[in-house]
Write a protein that binds this ligand. Structure first.
Ligand SMILES: NC(=O)C1=CN([C@@H]2O[C@H](COP(=O)(O)OP(=O)(O)OC[C@H]3O[C@@H](n4cnc5c(N)ncnc54)[C@H](OP(=O)(O)O)[C@@H]3O)[C@@H](O)[C@H]2O)[C@H](O)CC1
Ligand SMILES: [K+]
Length: 507
């Protein structure tokens, strides 16, 4: 289980740890951790490796100088582009500079980042170490530093970021300064003291690459209880059940997907097929528009008119293809009047966003409730823009969970699952294949199926996000994507993942 810490929490831990340690110990450990990771990536004949180390003006640059000294002593050809501090540096940073100067590394102290860009040209680098900026970056990377970052981003070699990729906000995964800024794209990030939410959501996954946390051997008692974690099978495996020989379809619950306005019948069909294939005993597809007689590809589904369905008799997945019509709103209100657990997606979320009474009704329900918004749907519910949601996904998910008294699954790269009490989990399965029409319908059907099989709301949301992403990861590993994967293809892959989970962890 990987806890995620905010920058404020990391600073507090770092401060407390420094009191117990000799001066500079943490920076030396950070530099050593960076070097260890770099050595793992370098060819066996280290002397052939040409390593470029970017050492910025702050303590992130200090870590980089320590890393550079270790790599040079290990025999690599190391060039350091050093940007000196603009004010008096910390003593440990000075010590790190001293060690780098006295190592075999070639140190170029640069007055401007433009000189750095020139110094980078013409060499075929084996590896770049990014120690330009860490968690102290307070404003957008612009001007010459931005050009330097763009130059690194065009290289085809591996890039290790120290602590965070320069330019990325470690709390949110947004680019510091938004459109005015830029961030370096690393293949690996060695992150110090504790892992950080911004490395796993929003722009984080694209910029951080593989994240390797290094605790710097700080005493465990200095770490606060984590309010955020990375998703992990360990968080929900206890809910997995193997099928009993004596079970029957009534043992596995019922799901009713409510949606399907005229011309939008595909969305509830996808959700309903997923619910069936993820193990729900009986699955109804309830249409706001005229229902089809049956689903030819999945005749096990029962197609009904939403108007005639008793919303108290199943777990409800409301919203796929429901449209924003008055009859859709009416169905939503009567579904929310029922005592059934609900999963709200798509148009149901938009209808809730546009109606104060529906919001009150939702917030006052006592049955389990999972909301699965994408950033624009979350933005409508919060009365803000999608850009504002993306600027701080953990905060947006938390606000929504508290406002509507529900578990929120904020979709997107690094799906954020938020509980009413502010706990968040960031999902780390999934890939760009999921950015495809209908993938959201599939997720809502999956969450509904887990609720129907008795999973509590929180674990159903965690497992839903994880299994959905894992299905896409398996398809991609088999060469089927990420380009061109369709939502329908996810369904058998989800069934396989659900069965694997039950076989490995089910009781
Ligand atoms: N202190 C420790 O014991 C440890 C620190 N670790 C590492 O330290 C960084 C955090 O270091 P910090 O010095 O707080 O901040 P940074 O190095 O990330 O950046 C600060 C410097 O960058 C300048 N800055 C900030 N924004 C910009 C910008 N947009 N353009 C140019 N320069 C910028 C800033 O200058 P100011 O003028 O703003 O003062 C600073 O010079 C942390 O991430 C770790 O890597 C280790 O973990 C070990 C323990
Ligand atoms: K960095």
């Amino acid at each position: 289980m990987t806890p995620l810490f905010t920058v404020a929490e990391i600073r507090t831990i770092e401060h407390a740890a420094a009191q117990r340690l000799p001066e500079g110990a943490l920076m030396q450990r950070a530099g050593q951790a960076g070097a260890n990771e770099a050595l793992d990536l370098l060819p066996f004949t280290t002397s052939r490796a040409r390593v470029l180390v970017l050492a910025g003006p702050g303590n992130n640059g200090g870590d980089a100088l320590e890393t550079a000294a270790h790599l040079a002593h290990a025999g690599a050809q190391v060039t350091i582009l050093h940007f000196p501090p603009t004010s008096a540096p910390a003593a440990e940073r000075d010590a790190a500079l001293h060690r780098a100067v006295n190592s075999p590394a070639r140190l170029m102290t640069l007055a401007s980042a433009a000189d750095g860009q020139a110094a980078m040209q013409g060499t075929d680098w084996t590896l770049v170490v990014d120690g330009l900026f860490g968690i102290g970056l307070a404003r957008a990377i612009t001007g010459e530093f931005a050009v330097l970052v763009a130059t690194v981003n065009q290289l085809r070699c591996q890039v290790i970021a120290l602590d965070v990729p320069s330019g990325l906000d470690a709390d949110t995964g947004a680019i510091v300064g938004g459109d005015a800024g830029t961030a370096l794209r690393a293949t690996h990030t060695v992150t110090f003291i504790g892992d950080k939410p911004g490395l796993h959501t929003a722009e984080g996954r694209d910029h951080a690459g593989l994240v390797i946390p290094s605790s710097l051997d700080i005493d465990r008692d200095l770490f606060p209880p984590a309010r955020a974690k990375l998703n992990d099978v360990a968080l929900f495996a206890h809910c997995a059940r193997r099928r009993r020989h004596s079970s029957h379809k009534g043992s596995n619950g019922s799901v009713a997907v409510v949606g399907g306005a005229r011309g939008m019948a595909g969305a509830p069909i996808l959700a309903a097929r997923t619910a069936l294939n993820a193990g729900a005993g009986r699955v109804y597809a309830c249409f706001v528009g005229d229902p089809p007689a049956f689903d030819a590809a999945q005749p096990e589904l029962m197609c009904r008119s939403a108007q005639e369905y008793d919303f108290n008799s199943a777990i409800l997945v409301i919203g796929p293809g429901m449209g924003g019509s008055a009859s859709g709103a009416e169905m939503l209100a009567s579904a929310l009047h029922s005592h059934s657990p609900v999963v709200l997606d798509a148009d149901a979320l938009n209808l809730v966003a546009g109606s104060g009474p529906l919001q009150t009704q939702l917030a006052q329900r006592s049955a389990p409730c999972i909301l699965t918004p994408h950033p624009l749907e979350a933005a409508r519910l919060l009365g803000m823009s999608a850009d504002q949601v993306q600027a701080d996904r953990p905060a947006a998910a938390r606000r929504l969970a508290s406002k509507l008294a529900a578990t929120v699954v904020l979709k997107g790269s690094g799906t954020v699952i938020a509980a009413r009490d502010g706990t968040i989990v960031i999902n780390n399965t999934g890939n760009p294949a999921l950015a495809t029409a209908g993938a959201g319908d599939v997720l809502s059907g999956l969450c509904g199926a887990l609720l129907a099989q008795g999973w509590p709301e929180w674990e159903a949301a965690l497992a839903g996000a994880w299994l959905h992403g894992m299905a896409a990861d398996v398809l991609v590993s088999e060469g089927a994507g990420p380009i061109g994967i369709t939502a329908s293809e996810l369904i058998p892959a989800i069934r396989a993942a659900v069965n694997r989970l039950a076989a490995q962890h089910g009781s």
